[in-house]
Every structure is written in C-alpha cells, then in structure tokens.
Write a protein that binds this ligand. Structure first.
Ligand code: NDP
Length: 327
C-alpha cells in the first residue's frame, strides 16, 4: 500500500480506503463487514469512511463494534463521520450545519463508533440556512476540544470552500483540509477543473467517492443492473436511473477491451485511472464481497501500467474531457 498526504496537511492516508455507504448495516451482514475491514486493514488501508446518515446510524454502529473487537492500535487507523443529513430525524434541530446539530452529530457519531475522537469530520453538504462563520467556529472548537482532528467538506463548491477558508483566516481558526467529491471516469469536472486553484491556494486534499460509479465501471452490469448488486436493491431505483445508461455501458464495453489488453480486470483499470490523478489523496472503495475488495487492491500496482499512451486511449473512449476556463 502506498500513502499520500491529505492535501498539505501532515496526515498520510492510504491511497485506497474503505467506505460503508449502502453496505454496512444494509446490503451486507455484519460478519461480511468484519471480513472487509480485516482484509482492508491487513492490506494496509488506514482510513475507514462513514457518516451519520449511512443506514441511519447503523453503519457507524457496525463499524464501531468491529473496531472495538479488532483492538487494532488506535494510532494505526483513521475513521471519519459526516454531519448534515442527520441520522434519521428530519426536524430542523436534527439536520444541517448549525452549532447544535454539528456538536450533537459529532457526539452521537463518537458513541456509535465507540471512539474518543474522529480523525476526519466532514460537512456532508453545504447548508444554505447556516452562516458559514457558525460552522467554521464550531469545527474549530471541536478540534480544540479534542473530539475531531481534521475537518472537511463534501460536495461543496470551490467558492464555498474558499469562503470557509477566508473566515478561518480572518479569525485565526483551523480551516477545512479535505473535500469528499464524487470522482470517476464519468464524473470529472469538480475534481479536474472546479477545484484546480484550491489545490494550489489552500492545499486541498480529496477523499473521492463512487470511483466505480456504483459498480457500473466494474463492467458486470446490463441495462437492468446485475442481479445481486445495489442497483437492483429496493428503494434504489433513483440510483439505477441516474447511473445506469446505455451510453455509459457502451463506453464500458470499449474500456473492457483496453483492460483486457493490459491483462487487468475492468474495475482495476477504472480505480487505477482515479489514482493517476495526483490531486486524489485517497480512493474510497465500496465492496459488498471480500473478493471484490481483494480484486480492487490490484489498482495500487496497476496505476504504473497506465502509461500516457494508455491514458490517451482511455480518454478517447470516454470523450468527456471537462472544459477548462480559457484565459
Ligand atoms: P463504488 O462506485 O466503487 O461502488 C462500490 C460498489 O461497486 C460495491 O459495493 C459493489 O456493489 C461494486 N463493486 C466494487 N468492486 C467491485 C468489483 N471488483 N467487481 C464487481 N463489482 C464491484 O463506490 P461507492 O459508491 O460504494 O462509494 C465508496 C464510498 O464513498 C462509500 O462507501 C462512502 O464511504 C463514500 N461515499 C460518499 C458520498 C458522499 O456524499 N460524501 C456519497 C457516496 C459514497 P455490488 O456488489 O452491489 O454490485
């Protein structure tokens, strides 16, 4: 496993990490979740991603039990939570980025995960109803009180992230260190263009999500979705409709041919492609089976096979180079 600095912070995260959205406490049983975490940790993964909203708190409960059972030294792994959507309650006091919910969300995550502090704490979405000053102050105070170590954002615009930094600078507070955006072969603009200046100006790190576009880039899906996958799960029609299109599947077929020439499984090609971007600090893997996770580990070495010539062939198939501003 190789490690990358989380932006310009001193924290080094494994370039592959493990997330729990839709899997822990939902799609998979706890014994499989335990196997996944053990395989991840034994393979050198040092970052586990979570959020209050995942299975309405259940994902954190499952992860917390496993972390406690494994008894891995606390200084060998990092864990995150995210605040904004709440853990099920929808009252105005139970969601958002105001001081009350951020503090209560943090305390609840600590209890569910059974840890004394969160290494990373994300604002899961921007909150138009809370002044940015209130959120920045609250995050700073959580760091000062030892409950969190680093804070960041998820799916914020570059302007919103910059605003948080300006507030932090003005009041000598600790600003956001990392952002958690979606990034994969089909979804590129935010990471490749919108945040471009932030890597230089504020040293933004990124913990990217859905690197396989919910599994589509694994190459196993047809237009109906593979039968034992999340895209066939009840209540996830919105995800299938958003992610699974004929145009995407056509591209995946062409990408599979490139992967085959390199003697590489398709998911490995797609994950290695994400790792080629130096602004990606860690690729958060999702997996519903241990075999998937083990296969996905191959991406770390596979990135060396993605030469400029191979990257150009992939770019031609994708045909979705994001537009850059012309000066
Ligand atoms: P992916 O896009 O990589 O999708 C993971 C899913 O793809 C797996 O659960 C599995 O689903 C399938 N898959 C993975 N590997 C393979 C393989 N080798 N062969 C075949 N199928 C495979 O990632 P996620 O969407 O799960 O996102 C990763 C993490 O990012 C989440 O767990 C979460 O921690 C974070 N996240 C953050 C968000 C945010 O707003 N900040 C939003 C979403 C995710 P199946 O077996 O069901 O087919």
């Amino acid at each position: 496993m190789r490690y990358r600095r989380l932006g310009t912070s001193g924290l080094q995260v494994s370039e592959l990490s493990l997330g729990s959205w839709l899997t822990f406490g939902k799609q998979i049983g706890d014994p499989i979740a335990e196997k996944l975490m053990k395989t991840a940790y034994d393979g050198g993964i040092n970052f586990f991603d979570n959020a209050e909203i995942y299975s309405r708190g259940e994902s954190e409960r499952v992860m917390g039990k496993i972390l406690k059972k494994m008894k891995w030294p606390r200084d060998t792994w990092t864990v995150s939570s995210k605040v904004f959507f709440g853990a099920g309650g929808k009252l105005p006091t139970q969601v958002g980025l105001h001081r009350k919910h951020v503090v209560e969300g943090c305390n609840d995550a600590l209890k569910r995960l059974q840890v004394e502090y969160l290494d990373l704490f994300f604002c899961h979405r921007p909150d138009k109803n809370t002044p940015i000053e209130e959120t920045v102050w609250t995050m700073h105070q959580l760091i000062m009180s030892g409950k969190i170590l680093y804070w960041g954002t998820s799916e914020w615009s570059a302007q919103e992230i910059m605003e948080a930094h300006m507030v932090a600078k003005q009041h000598h507070l600790i600003g956001p260190v990392m952002e958690q955006p979606q990034y994969n072969m089909f979804h590129r603009t935010k990471v490749e263009v919108e945040y471009d200046q932030l890597y230089k100006t504020v040293g933004l790190g990124t913990t990217i999500w859905s690197p396989l576009a919910s599994g589509i880039l694994s190459g196993k899906h047809t237009l109906d979705g593979h039968k034992s996958s999340r895209l066939r799960m009840a209540g996830l029609d919105w995800l299938r409709e958003r992610e699974l299109t004929a145009e995407r599947l056509k591209k995946v077929e062409k990408l599979k041919a490139i992967a085959a020439k390199l003697n590489m499984p398709m998911p490995v090609l797609a994950l290695a492609w994400c790792l080629k971007n130096p602004h990606v600090s860690t690729v958060i893997l999702g997996a519903s089976k241990e075999a998937q996770l083990k296969e996905n580990f191959l991406a770390a070495d596979a990135q060396d096979q993605l030469t400029p010539e191979v990257m150009a062939r992939i770019a031609k198939v994708l045909d979705n180079e994001p537009m850059r501003p012309q000066f």
